[in-house]
Design a protein around this ligand. Structure first.
Ligand SMILES: [Zn+2]
Length: 230
């Protein structure tokens, strides 16, 4: 009967909304299914900022770091999952990782930490863009907080210097929450300076975002492949 059909549809619709809300409040993390048979290695990609927190902004265009981070993270996720890695994104859209709740720094941090503790990843890659008062400062740089992270950070930095940077930068110790909030090997990639007009003009293009993502992917997969063979 039409009436019952409508009622059932209504109930299903209401239940779907409730379930979606529960999911949104719990976590914004997204698991990306692998295109190839999985190689059993899980990587969390953490797109920095999101929602009310846009991070730093471009000196010329005002582009938010959060949008660039997300775009690079999604390209990186695609390259990794096409190669058989299990990928978990801390966020897969422009909303905050603690979506469903009012934005707070504490809520944001605990949502990211929760994604890490649930995913139990072999590697965490946090994606950010940098800013500095001196506008001539530019280039991509990696950070780490543990010996396990240092190994990856140094290889990614070498790849950055070979592919992206016109002047070599060094991987460095960084006191960032995402690097310190779990025991999993973690790196933070500052993909360039939005305070530098030249870096910014590149960072806002899809082709350069793909280039950065592919560089990070190539570097981390070289380390992971070495480990798998030893
Ligand atoms: Zn940032």
């Amino acid at each position: 009967m039409a009436f019952i059909t409508i009622k059932r549809k209504t109930i299903i619709a209401v239940l779907s909304v409730i379930l979606a809300l529960i999911a949104a409040v719990t976590t914004a993390a997204t698991v990306i299914a692998s295109a190839k048979p999985t190689n059993g290695i899980t990587i969390v990609i953490d797109a920095g900022h999101g929602g009310a927190d846009g991070g730093v902004t471009g000196i010329t265009t005002g582009t938010k770091e959060s949008d660039i981070n997300l775009s690079i993270s999604k390209y990186l996720a695609k390259y990794l999952q096409n190669d058989g890695y299990n990928v978990v994104l801390t966020r897969s859209d422009s909303s905050a990782v603690c979506s469903g709740l009012k934005y707070s720094k504490r809520g944001d941090m605990s949502a990211r930490k929760k994604t890490l503790s649930e995913a139990k990843p072999d590697l965490v890659i946090s994606v950010h863009c940098n800013s500095y008062p001196v506008s001539s400062v530019k280039g991509a740089q990696t950070f780490y907080a543990s010996a396990a992270g240092e190994r990856y950070a140094k290889v990614v930095q070498n790849y950055f210097n070979d592919v992206l940077n016109d002047r070599a930068r060094q991987a460095a110790v960084g006191d960032y929450y995402i690097l310190n909030c779990s025991e999993y090997p973690s790196i933070l990639c500052e993909c360039g300076f939005l305070s530098n007009a030249q870096d910014e003009s590149k960072l806002i293009t899809a082709s350069y975002q793909q280039k950065i993502a592919y560089t990070i992917y190539s570097a981390v997969s070289s380390v992971l492949t070495d480990d798998a063979q030893s």
